[in-house]
Ligand binder design. Structure first.
Ligand SMILES: Cc1cc2nc3c(=O)[nH]c(=O)nc-3n(C[C@H](O)[C@H](O)[C@H](O)COP(=O)(O)O)c2cc1C
Length: 199
């Protein structure tokens, strides 16, 4: 069984350390994960006026989210929270009401920063957002990466074996979460009666 996993990079910077980290994660992912990027760069700012007549960038973004078996968020922390570009993308994907593209998608949150706490506060904010959006999350291991540029290659290589081992383990645990969530039974539908009526 192969799972298609979309990853979202929370940084728009061309020299993003989180983009470098994404290459390592793609390379170290187990074979049952087919990784592809879901870009957020060209999305407009969320505007409720446009919800029912979205442009092609929004439509393509929501289709990519819905077509993925799981989602991996690889993001920096900005001012102790979620970068605006990523939060904007999540807001877009969550709407219109009743068409939340993130519902039941198995998710992982990981991030690199130049600081010592390795995106821990951003990840904590993300957990609240993804819980509200009904997206199951990998709870353990947590992955707070203080980025050390000298160990990451542009080709996704990681020269420090203990870091490589940790990232490989993270991706294996994420793969196991995807398998668990996708194999678990959903509640049955409520029959032919009007679901809004309590009997
Ligand atoms: C607007 C802004 C806010 C930042 N806030 C934080 C922060 O709260 N915590 C942190 O560890 N690093 C913070 N940083 C530093 C980032 O960790 C660093 O810029 C990192 O390279 C961003 O990731 P990227 O290279 O993938 O864009 C901030 C950087 C910017 C530009």
């Amino acid at each position: 069984m192969t799972y298609r996993i979309g990853y979202l990079i929370g940084s728009l910077a061309s020299d993003s350390i989180n983009r470098v980290l994404s290459k390592a994660l793609v390379r170290l992912a187990p074979e049952d994960l087919e990784m592809f990027e879901i870009p957020i760069r060209d999305l407009p700012l969320y505007n409720r006026d446009e919800e029912h007549d979205p442009g092609p960038a929004v439509t393509a973004f929501k289709q990519a989210i819905e077509g993925a078996d799981g989602l991996l968020f690889i993001s920096p922390e900005y001012n102790r929270s979620i970068p605006g570009a990523l939060k904007n993308a999540i807001d877009i994907g969550s709407r219109p009401w009743g068409h939340n593209s993130f519902a039941r998608k198995p998710t992982g949150i990981i991030g690199a920063s130049t600081g010592a706490i390795g995106t821990a506060v951003m990840q904590s904010s993300m957990r609240g957002v993804l819980s509200f959006l009904d997206a199951p999350q990998l709870n353990s291991p947590e992955a707070y990466i203080t980025f050390k540029p000298e160990i990451y290659g542009d080709d996704g290589s990681v020269s420090d074996e203990s870091t490589a081992q940790f990232l490989r383990h993270y991706m294996e645990e994420y793969s196991a979460l995807v398998a668990r969530v996708l194999s678990s039974a959903l509640p049955g539908h409520m029959g032919d009666s009007d679901p809004d009526v309590m009997h």
